[in-house]
Design a protein around this ligand. Structure first.
Ligand SMILES: [Zn+2]
Ligand SMILES: [Zn+2]
Ligand SMILES: [Zn+2]
Length: 200
């Protein structure tokens, strides 16, 4: 969703060298394919994979996946939907019986975003977990379902080529581009009578 400036080290890049290209056959077949997950799928492997990736990324940076960072990640990664920081705060309070200062939750979210484990859904001021490792600079767009809240990250380099062309046409130097599309996921479209676009 974002196109940050090139960075020397990309979180997750080492885990998936071919990021940006079609994903090679997955070593973990229990995980859903990129895009929208199957409704009612077993989410436990998705959550476990994201937490394991978090441990590896933080360790590789000489940082710790502190209990707070881990709890916040588990709340955000507990589904494929975007959640607000205050939802995370509420859920943690319900579980732990103690309300954390919002700033500590925001700091934990920031460190998870910085590590590429959580992304911001800018248009909704919400956060969603990255369930498929990819390079930080992958040219991807985000589809967010306004009914169920599910979010999918989809590589779409052509979209950014179009933005670059349009920017060039007006002599604009883009530093960062993000594309978020709000609509209905296939499942919600089917149950609400909304017309979904079908590829092919
Ligand atoms: Zn899942
Ligand atoms: Zn991601
Ligand atoms: Zn939906």
């Amino acid at each position: 969703m974002t196109l940050p400036p090139a960075r020397p080290s990309l979180p997750g890049a080492g885990l998936l060298p071919g990021a940006g290209l079609p994903k090679p056959s997955s070593p973990t077949p229990s995980l859903p394919t990129p895009g929208f997950p199957e409704p009612g799928h077993d989410h436990q492997p998705c959550l476990a994979e994201t937490v394991a990736r978090a441990e590896a990324i933080f360790e590789s940076r000489g940082l710790r996946l502190t209990p707070l960072r881990r709890s916040v990640l588990e709340e955000v990664a507990g589904s494929h939907a975007a959640v607000g920081a205050y939802d995370v705060l509420d859920r943690l309070a319900r579980k732990g019986g103690r309300r954390l200062a919002p700033i500590s939750v925001y700091r934990a979210l920031d460190s998870l975003v910085e590590a590429g484990l959580v992304h911001r859904l800018e248009s909704r001021n919400a956060f969603f977990a990255c369930h498929v490792a990819h390079a930080a600079n992958r040219r991807q767009i985000v589809f967010a379902c306004e009914r169920c809240g599910t979010v999918a990250e989809v590589a779409a380099p052509g979209v950014f080529d179009g933005i670059a062309t349009a920017a060039g046409g007006v002599g604009f130097a883009p530093a960062r581009a993000l594309v978020e599309v709000i609509g209905n996921c296939g499942r919600c479209a089917a149950t609400s009578g909304v017309e979904a676009v079908h590829a092919g």
